[in-house]
Write a protein that binds this ligand. Structure first.
Ligand code: XIL
Length: 367
C-alpha cells in the first residue's frame, strides 16, 4: 500500500545543496556532538528536495553526523526501467553528506514496498537475476561511501502465518527463503567495508504484536548467524506510537538478546506517532518527549546500540503528515508532531529529550 506513494525522483529543480553560508542554528550543543561524546551517532532521513531548504540544512549541520535517503536509494527509484539505472538522486545526497562530514546509511537494497513495477511480471529466474544485479550494481556504486547498508527491510510479517514468520513477498514466493542470505552475501562481496543490517519495525512496544514481532526478528537473526550470513547490525526502525505501552525491562532484554548474537543495533527511523493524543500541542509535545526519553534511556543503556536516526528532523517533512499509512491520520485533522523540530524549525521538547538521553548515555567505542 505504500507503493503508490513512492514518488518519482525528487531532483526536479534541485540545484546544489544550499552551498550558501549555512544559517546559524543558535543555542545548545548539537545532537550529534552530544551523541559522539558517548561513542554514538545521531542523524536524519533526508530527501534531495529538502536539501534546498536553508533552515533545514542549517539544522542538519547543527545536529546530524549521519544521513539516510528517504527515497532516492530505493530500487524502484534507482531502476525505474529494467536495466536503466540512475544514481543521480542518491549521489546528490551522498555528496552533501561527504561535504558536510556526515556518514551515510544505505537504505534499502531489498524491500517489498520498493520493487520496481516492471519486476512484478518477471518469472523466478528473471526476478532472481534482476534482484542480484540490483544488489551488486547498487552496493558496488556506493562502495566505500556507506557506513551501514539496510540490505533487507521488513521481511518478517506475523500476519502471513508462516512458521518462520517470513513475509510472503514475491521474492520469497518465487525464490524461497534463500533470497535473504544471497542478498547479504552479494552485498558483502560488492562492498567489503559497509556494515550489513537487517531492518524492521514493530518490535518496540509492550504489546502482543510487539512481543511476537521480536520473536520473529530474533528467529531470523539467529538463523542468519547460524548459517554464517554476513549480517552485523539489526536496524530497529523506532516508529513509536504514543498511545502504545512501552516497558523498558522487556525492551532491554530484547536488545541484550540481539547483542548476544554478536550484532550491533541502530535505531534507523525514529519518530513518534501522536495521532491518539489530544490536539493541544503543549501536552502533546510533552507526551511525545516523555516517550522519547523513556525509549532512548532504555535503548542507549545497551552498549551494542550505536546510533539513532530520526525519520526526518522537522514535522513538516514527516511521512506521518502525508498520511502514507491509515494509522497516521488523526481524526481531528490536527497536524502530526512526530519529530524533534516543528514545521517552523523550532526545537521541541522531543529535541531536548533526545539531547538529555545522549548526555546521560553510558559511553562506548566510537560509532
Ligand atoms: C517511507 C517514506 O518515508 C514515505 O514517504 C514513502 O512514501 C514510503 O516509504 N519503513 C521504511 C521506510 O523502511 O523506507 C519507509 O519510508 C517508512 C517505513
Amino acid at each position: 500500500m505504500l507503493r503508490r506513494h513512492l514518488p518519482a525522483l525528487l531532483l526536479a529543480g534541485c540545484g546544489s545543496p544550499q552551498a550558501a553560508a549555512p544559517m546559524r542554528v543558535e543555542g545548545a550543543t548539537g545532537l550529534n556532538t552530544r551523541a559522539a561524546a558517548k561513542g554514538l551517532a545521531f542523524g536524519s532521513a533526508i530527501s534531495a528536495r529538502q536539501l534546498q531548504q536553508p533552515d533545514l540544512v542549517a539544522a542538519l549541520r547543527a545536529d546530524c553526523g549521519l544521513l539516510v535517503a528517504e527515497y532516492e536509494q530505493k530500487w524502484r527509484i534507482i531502476e525505474p526501467e529494467r536495466g536503466r539505472r540512475s544514481f543521480v538522486g542518491p549521489d546528490f545526497i551522498a555528496r552533501f553528506a561527504r561535504e558536510s562530514g556526515m556518514a551515510l546509511r544505505g537504505h534499502t537494497l531489498l524491500w517489498h514496498e520498493s520493487e520496481p513495477g516492471w519486476a512484478e511480471s518477471l518469472d523466478a529466474r528473471a526476478l532472481a537475476d534482476a534482484a542480484d544485479r540490483h544488489v551488486i550494481a547498487t552496493a558496488t556504486h556506493f562502495r566505500g561511501r556507506i557506513a551501514t547498508w539496510d540490505v533487507l527491510n521488513e521481511a518478517i510479517h506475523l500476519a502471513d502465518g508462516r512458521p518462520d514468520w517470513l513475509r510472503r513477498t514475491r521474492l520469497l514466493r518465487l525464490l524461497g527463503p534463500d533470497y535473504i542470505p544471497r542478498a547479504f552475501t552479494l552485498a558483502r562481496a560488492a562492498d567489503p567495508a559497509a556494515r550489513l543490517a537487517y531492518n524492521d519495525y514493530g518490535c518496540e512496544h509492550a504489546t502482543l504484536y510487539g512481543r511476537r514481532k521480536r520473536l520473529g526478528v530474533l528467529a531470523l537473526l539467529r538463523a542468519l548467524k547460524q548459517a554464517g550470513v554476513p549480517v552485523q547490525v539489526l536496524g530497529v526502525q523506532g516508529h513509536l506510537s504514543a498511545h502504545l505501552a512501552f516497558e523498558a525491562a522487556e525492551w532491554r532484554d530484547f536488545l541484550g538478546e540481539v547483542a548476544s548474537l554478536g550484532l550491533t543495533i541502530e535505531i534507523t527511523e525514529f519518530d513518534v506517532n501522536d495521532r491518539a493524543l489530544p490536539a493541544a500541542t503543549g501536552p502533546r509535545d510533552e507526551a511525545v518527549a516523555e516517550l522519547t526519553r523513556r525509549f532512548l534511556q532504555a535503548t542507549l543503556a545497551e552498549p551494542a546500540v550505536r546510533s539513532v536516526t530520526c525519520w526526518g528532523l522537522s514535522d513538516r517533512h514527516s511521512w506521518i503528515r502525508r498520511g502514507v499509512l491509515a494509522d497516521h491520520r488523526r481524526r481531528d485533522n490536527a497536524e502530526a508532531r512526530p519529530l524533534p523540530y516543528d514545521a517552523q524549525m523550532q526545537r521541541k521538547p522531543m529535541w531536548h529529550a533526545i539531547a538529555a538521553a545522549f548526555d546521560a548515555a553510558p559511553a562506548r567505542p566510537p560509532f
